[in-house]
Design a protein around this ligand. Structure first.
Ligand SMILES: NC(=O)c1ccc[n+]([C@@H]2O[C@H](COP(=O)([O-])OP(=O)(O)OC[C@H]3O[C@@H](n4cnc5c(N)ncnc54)[C@H](OP(=O)(O)O)[C@@H]3O)[C@@H](O)[C@H]2O)c1
Length: 290
């Protein structure tokens, strides 16, 4: 198969890159913004004029700066929505299947139970709104042959993320305040990367045509940011005390949804996936970092 992966320098892109040597009978093309700038419609058209006939596109690139998006609405919309529209149009035209990654932040976080794929989205910030528009455009343009995977709280050995920030702070301080009233499921990017590759090589995905669907993927289990921080310090043997605080005590430009724990049952059953508990994956990730 010929597979295009966008966002090669991001957490998920790099996690996929790490695995592709196991698939050397397939041709992977990895792009960053230098090769394929998703903020520019011309750049996307130009890319697909000269590079075509992919069997699969895995769209890992996104505008992910949740707070900055409140000011950079147009840029976030171009990357998270309009670029996705273009990718879906090219995918349709060239008979290419699409895996598009979305977010738990399409929900308002007011649910008291796990979010199912067909629950009504209601994003509370610009990032979530632009990501929802991206999902909707995939569903609209590609009634077949696309999969939207919503994920949450992504961490990895790559780039900037909560785990790496906590490791830095835990080394610098004896005590930190961390929000305790936002609940979700952490996702080790490496587990998501494995799940995506498992999916694209599955018989269900390789079928000539399948109806487009949304799936949720994160690690199993749920936690708050403060308990997540405590687990990081425990596993990394860092002597830093975590004081739980409320969201109100930690104001940010973008509102965060309160409970975005995703149900993973659908993806687990549909693709016979084994999903690790977040604590187990955190341990794996820390081994990669240290
Ligand atoms: N991180 C999370 O906690 C989280 C939570 C839920 C959902 N998600 C979703 O999961 C997916 C993967 O996220 P991630 O954590 O891997 O994100 P990430 O580490 O921020 O990586 C995003 C990548 O997109 C690239 N990108 C940004 N603007 C671009 C442009 N104009 N043209 C081409 N590439 C561009 C970035 O390039 P540069 O490296 O050059 O900046 C970066 O490599 C995204 O769809 C994201 O929305 C993430």
């Amino acid at each position: 198969m010929k597979i295009l992966v966008t966002g090669k320098n991001g957490q998920l892109g790099r996690s996929i890159q790490k695995l592709i040597s196991n698939y050397d009978h397939h041709e992977f093309t990895l792009t960053g913004r230098e090769e394929l700038d998703l903020s520019s419609s011309e750049s996307i058209s130009k890319y697909f004029d000269t590079h075509s006939h992919f069997d699969v596109i895995i769209n890992c690139a996104a505008y992910t700066a949740v707070d900055r998006a409140e000011d950079e609405i147009d840029l976030a919309n171009r990357i998270n929505h309009l670029a996705v529209k273009k990718l879906a149009e090219f995918a349709n035209l060239q008979n290419t299947k699409l895996i598009h990654i979305s977010t738990d932040y399409v929900f308002d976080g007011k649910s008291e139970s796990l979010y199912l794929e067909n629950d009504t989205p209601n994003p509370v910030n610009v990032y979530g709104k632009t990501k929802l528009l991206g999902e909707e455009t995939v569903l609209e343009i590609m009634s077949n042959n696309a999969i939207v995977i919503r994920t949450s709280w992504v961490f990895s050995e790559f780039g900037n993320n909560f785990v790496k920030t906590m490791l830095r702070l835990g080394n610098e301080k004896n005590e930190i305040n961390v929000v305790s009233d936002q609940i979700g499921s952490p996702t080790y990017a490496s587990d998501l990367a494995k799940a995506i590759l498992h999916i694209i090589f599955s018989d269900k995905f390789k079928k000539k045509s399948f109806p487009t669907e949304i799936f949720h993927y994160s690690n199993l289990g749920e936690t708050s940011w403060s308990d997540f921080a405590k687990e990081i310090f425990k596993l990394a043997n860092l002597n830093c005390n975590v004081s739980p605080i409320s969201t109100d005590q930690y104001p940010t430009p973008a509102i965060r949804p309160q409970n975005t724990t995703l149900s993973k049952e659908k993806i687990k059953n549909h693709f016979s996936l084994k999903i690790p508990l977040w604590q187990k994956s955190l341990k794996e990730c820390l081994k990669e970092i240290t």
